[in-house]
Design a binder for this molecule. Sequence first.
Ligand code: ATP
Length: 240
Amino acid sequence: MNVSDDPLLQVRGLTAGYGGAPALHAVDLKVDRGQVVALLGANGAGRTTLLRAVSGLLRPSAGEVLLAGRPLQRLSAAQVVGAGVAHVPEGRRVFARLSVQDNLLMGAYTTSAGAVATRLSEVLALLPVLAERSRQAAGTLSGGEQQLLALGRALMSRPQVLLLDEPTTGLAPQAVEQVLALVAALAGAGTAVLLVEQDLGLALAAASHGYVLETGRVVAHGPSAQLAADPSVAGAYLGG
Ligand code: ATP
């Protein structure tokens, strides 16, 4: 098979957990270029664990993570970023006392020194609200702006794959729209997005496909419209 036929991100038989107790069991999924895929499930279903296992923060005990066919599962988290996969963890975690610009520069640690200024201007052009506030301490931004900053920091590595953990949680409706518009624009430009989203309706509206996790296993997957019409999906989401 031609490498370009591979999904951009493919997870095969992924098993991972904490201290020997698997929180994920033989998970398979894929995300193509330009696709937004939602990872659905109740709290504790294993969504965050899956993102951590893909991004190299957690070492899987079995299975593969492939980027355009290239195995990532033995790489360090920094090497995974360098390969083209960026992770925006839940809760934003910006450095409150550092300026917006310095927070963005933190996302460029795998970028060659000569390319950093270009990346910064690209990200600020995409997120003009951050350009206006680039010298301000990140802690002075609104919740929505901090989420955009966390996204912008991830974009500094110019990722092919973006892993987003609950990027809209706790945001005002207008900020939710801004974040989802950015996600759609990034996908439109070819980025593959794996999205964990607390709100089932939002997740299925933002994504073309979804995977439902229940206690670490994929129990359903398919196009968003099909999942939206499946009452067992809402049940799994509510943990019922
Ligand atoms: P949430 O949105 O609540 O984080 P989730 O679907 O992302 O839900 P995970 O955080 O991946 O779920 O948790 C999956 C399982 O792994 C749960 O049983 C959880 O208790 C367990 N777990 C998560 N983090 C740890 C950890 N650091 N140490 C031990 N167990 C953990």
